[in-house]
Write a protein that binds this ligand. Structure first.
Ligand SMILES: Cc1ncc(COP(=O)(O)O)c(C=O)c1O
Length: 939
């Protein structure tokens, strides 16, 4: 390969500040060189004194060519496998305007409601869609995959019964990977997953709708039994089938879950896809994940926001309903756009097509004397062909079709939107069968009426491409994503998601492979994942890596499970105490609780470090039962704690394991490695440090690295003949792994190290520039911060009554997404600029923050009243600013263009003013009203 020249090197494209700007930033930070800064900030004891052993960097073109070559080794046949993953046409209008559009994929989770109305509206529509399909009133804004969604549903049932009922039963066999994940999750909680007995100890009855063989069993009697026993009834239902069937609610479901993948989201070797979860009213407050609710802004206009359990892990910690933080917002939005694009009639036509092919195949095969399992089906046919299953499957492969060889005697054939008449004829011919031109309806129960669902206008108004394109644009324009501004969210690492990294995600060789395709069909994927596992192991200093967890929180869970199983294998199952510093991210205690551990909180000192006296005391107190310590490094306070190695040693000396939360890995890559520091396991958020975009709340990938002794306890998978999976697919969100592959391949060891150094420089630059206006909390050695800094805005509260929320909302008027608000310290802002932000943008941010401090001073001096100033009234919408009656003591220009002399054309106008969170939780509205409500309003 040609040597890379400076001209096409990728690292300078990824890193925002150029040479001159870096020099200026160093000067402003009073440090002569990057190396000096790093030696001041990062303890010498933990430094990696050699370059990472990674391939030399490739240019964008070279890396794309190399990956394309690798992926060409995948054999992508047309899939009839089913098993929860179906062919689907991604409507080009959605592919281009949403899936491949940075305005959608670079947004953050919509915690700041005012700058997130577009994606909140789409997620609200997702909830409406799910509520309509399931007949249940409350649906959440997406979970990670079908298998984990069922595990979460089981968790709801468990909590509903106050953890007193210890068994779940099945009516119909779910997919093997779904059952396996539920078993993994049930074990630490002491829940038995067994049989079909329903009695007063059964927390939940799980109805597979249809079962893994595509059959709808007659479960009415079992459901009635469950109802009588007070058991929660959970349906795992195919959403496409639900468009032509009675709702699960009408059949007795209290909860319904499933995968929305076949609503226009590529199979992608197993993910990422959104799962849905809907519940009856009485279970609303036990629901995991995010829920979008409707509220009002200060002018009474409707506005969306995250409701109820927003960030609940930070409040309820180990008592949280789940550890879900990053989920699958982008994919939920894609699925919703698909439903909007097709409308209810279009969805029903797609469902009818798949059903018709399956019904005709079943009829033809039966006529031929082939044994077909079950009578009631939607899109799949399972046949018994003793001793011939593999031979028939091989024959199908010759024509480019992949069937599901269940075992030597049984074959499954699942149809979908992409299946054709020619496919049907060819598959029937494999059995020597003819298919009839028509077959009757094989679905159980009554058909859904054509106009019986999705009557809300949004599912009817965007059916031409012009309208759809503009609808997607209109929503995107309501939001602030990385394509418009820096998103300085501490602990979130909102860095560049380069186009070259994103491009492979849409390649057919990446997007269309079934996760359970034979191993020899997935050689390209395996080669890419092998590279990635090796590179991530080298970067983190561990012996082995699992790419399966599909979010950071899932990585935490998988890592803690590995620790739990390690102790058990050594005959020490009583080791269940997990020490967690009070500053930890809320997912840490929530994950520990899910892994069956007892959380013991360790105090932090006023300077933000772990209180070592308390640590020693807690370690001594729990020595006999110590399972693990969970720490974040550098700390969630943005500090490289000096004594981290000693701390790890202390835990090891007492028989515990060290779990290192790698959310802050962007401060370590190339400089220090969690494995060398003393961690036994660490998760990496590929959607932070390794460039996977945040998608407005997911997807994410949270692989874990482990030391040698924990490697046997990494998550396995039924498809690989092993156990304890944490995600439905063996490689979790496999199709976005190429993003990280591209990043590492293009950056190389030197580029990655430089990125870390520049991230640390950017944070110290911001801290230096703002320290005279806002105290910078928690500096570490050399008076330096790591890759983020906490600005204490409480000074404004004391002097002017200006709250941290006022500052966050006022930043919107300046065109910024606020930094992380009130975490880990209430009343503060945590700023993480990342290496990708150019100095110009850092300066614009610092200028805005300084200007806000000056505005607060005018409130202090009495020039502006406390209740009528641009901070208290922020953000300002165009409607208010242009209104004829302007009665504020500051000008319209000060309201809307506070940075002075602005480029007026670049102005971001928030669509709503400040949203009332309390009103929203009091009157929970979380799906669109039916069409009658609109008619009523118009009359
Ligand atoms: C320190 C820390 N740990 C864990 C997580 C959870 O990661 P995820 O959102 O991918 O589940 C986060 C997310 O922001 C975090 O900041």
């Amino acid at each position: 390969m040609a040597a890379m020249t400076m001209k096409n090197a990728f690292a300078p494209r990824h890193i925002g500040p150029g040479v001159a700007d870096t020099r200026a930033m160093l000067a402003a930070t009073s440090v002569p060189s990057l190396e000096t800064l790093i030696s001041q900030a990062v303890p010498k004891r933990i430094r990696l004194e050699r370059p990472l052993d990674l391939p030399a960097p490739a240019s964008e073109a070279e890396a794309l060519a190399e990956l394309a070559q690798k992926m060409s080794a995948n054999v992508v046949l047309k899939s009839f496998v089913g098993l929860g993953y179906h062919g689907t046409h991604v409507p080009p209008v959605i592919l281009r305007n949403l899936f491949e559009n940075p305005a959608w994929y670079t947004a953050y989770t919509p915690y700041q409601a005012e700058i997130s109305q577009g994606r909140l509206e789409m997620l609200f529509n997702f909830q409406t869609l799910v509520a309509e399909l399931t007949g249940l009133p409350v649906a959440s804004a997406s979970l990670l995959d079908e298998a984990t969604a069922l595990a979460e549903a089981v968790g709801i049932a468990f909590r509903h019964h106050k953890e007193k009922r210890g068994r779940i039963a099945f009516a119909g066999e779910p997919h093997p990977q779904t059952r396996a994940v539920v078993e993994t999750r049930a074990e630490p909680l002491g829940i038995e997953v067994d049989g079909d007995v329903v009695d007063e100890n059964t927390a939940a009855l799980v109805v597979a709708w249809p079962d893994t063989f595509g059959v709808f069993g007659d479960h009415a009697a079992k459901i009635a039994e469950a109802k009588a026993a007070g058991t929660i009834v959970i349906f795992v239902a195919d959403p496409l089938a639900l468009t032509v069937m009675q709702t699960p609610a009408s059949l007795g479901a209290d909860i319904a879950v499933g995968s929305m993948q076949r609503f226009g989201v590529p199979i992608g070797f197993g993910g990422p896809h959104a799962a849905y979860c809907a519940v009856s009213d009485r279970l609303t407050r036990l629901m995991p994940g995010r829920l979008v609710g409707q509220s009002v802004d200060t002018k009474g206009r409707p506005g969306y926001r995250l409701a109820l359990q927003t960030r609940e892990q930070h409040i309820r910690r180990d008592k949280a309903t789940s550890n879900i933080c990053t989920a699958q917002a982008l994919l939920a939005n894609m699925a919703t756009a698909y439903a909007i694009w097709h409308g209810p009639d279009g969805l029903q036509a797609i469902a009818a097509h798949a059903h018709d092919l399956a019904a005709r195949l079943a009829a033809g095969l039966k006529a031929k004397g082939v044994t077909v399992l079950g009578d009631r089906r939607f899109d799949a046919v399972t046949v018994e062909v003793p001793g011939r299953a593999n031979a028939i499957a091989k024959e199908a492969e010759k024509d480019g079709r992949l069937l599901r060889a269940i075992d030597g005697d049984r074959l499954g054939i699942s149809f979908d939107e992409t299946s054709t008449e020619a496919d049907l004829q060819a598959i029937a011919a494999l059995f020597g069968a003819d298919v009839p031109e028509k077959a009757g309806r094989l679905l159980p129960g009554k058909a859904r009426e054509i106009n019986g669902f999705l009557s809300q206008p949004v599912f009817h108004e965007n059916r031409s491409e012009t309208e759809m394109m503009r609808f997607l644009r209109k929503l995107a324009d309501k939001d602030l994503a990385l394509d418009r501004t820096m998103i300085p969210l501490g602990s979130c690492t909102m860095k560049l998601n380069a186009a070259a990294e994103m491009i492979p995600v849409s390649w057919p060789s990446v997007a269309n492979l079934h996760p359970f395709a034979p191993k020899e069909h997935a050689k390209g994927y395996r080669s890419m994942t092998d590279d990635l596992e090796r590179w991530l192991a080298e970067i983190t200093g561990f012996a082995a890596v699992s790419l399966q967890p599909n979010a950071g929180s899932q990585g935490e869970y998988a890592g803690l499970l590995a620790i739990r199983r390690y102790h058990a294998a050594r005959g020490e199952p009583h080791r269940t105490v997990c020490l967690i510093p009070s500053s930890a991210h809320g997912t840490n205690p929530a994950s520990a609780a899910m892994a069956g551990m007892d959380v013991v909180v360790v105090r932090c000192t006023d300077s933000g470090d772990i209180d070592m006296d308390d640590m020693h005391a807690k370690v001594a107190q729990h020595a006999d039962n110590l399972a693990a310590l969970m720490i974040t490094y550098p700390s969630t306070h943005g500090v490289f704690e000096e004594g981290v190695k000693d701390l790890c040693q202390l835990i090891h000396d007492h028989g515990g394991q060290v779990y290192l939360d790698g959310a802050n890995l962007n401060a370590l890559v190339g400089l220090a490695r969690p494995g060398d520091i003393g961690g036994d396991v660490c998760h990496m958020n590929l959607h932070k440090t390794f460039c996977i975009p945040h998608g407005g709340g997911g997807p994410g990938v949270g692989p874990i690295g482990v030391a040698e002794h924990l490697a046997p306890f990494l998550p396995g998978h039924v498809h690989e003949g092993s156990s304890h999976p944490v995600s439905a697919a063996p490689f979790g969100s496999a199709s976005i792994l190429p993003i990280t592959w591209m990043y590492i391949r293009m950056m190389g060891a030197a580029g990655l190290k430089q990125a870390t150094e520049q991230a640390i420089l950017a944070a110290n630059y911001v801290a230096t520039r703002l320290k005279d206006h806002y105290p910078v909390l928690y500096k570490g050695r050399g008076d330096r911060v790591a890759h983020e800094c906490i600005l204490d805005t409480r000074v404004l509260k004391e002097s002017a009554g200006v709250t941290v929320e006022d500052v966050a909302k006022r930043l919107i008027d300046y065109g910024f997404h606020a930094p992380t608000m009130s975490w880990p310290v209430a009343g503060t802002l945590m700023v993480e600029p990342t290496e990708s932000e150019p100095k110009r943008e850092l300066d614009r941010f610092c200028a805005a923050m300084i200007s806000i401090a000056r505005e607060a001073a005018k409130v202090t001096s009495g020039e502006w009243p406390k209740d009528d100033n641009p901070l208290a009234n922020a953000p300002h919408t165009a409607t208010e600013t242009l209104a004829s009656d302007w009665r504020h003591p500051y000008s319209r220009m000060e309201a809307a263009y506070p940075a002075g002399d602005p480029d007026t054309t670049a102005k971001y106008w928030p669509p709503v003013s400040r949203i009332d969170n309390v009103a929203g939780d009091r009157n929970l509205v979380c799906s669109c009203p039916p069409v009658e409500a609109y008619l009523g309003a118009a009359e």
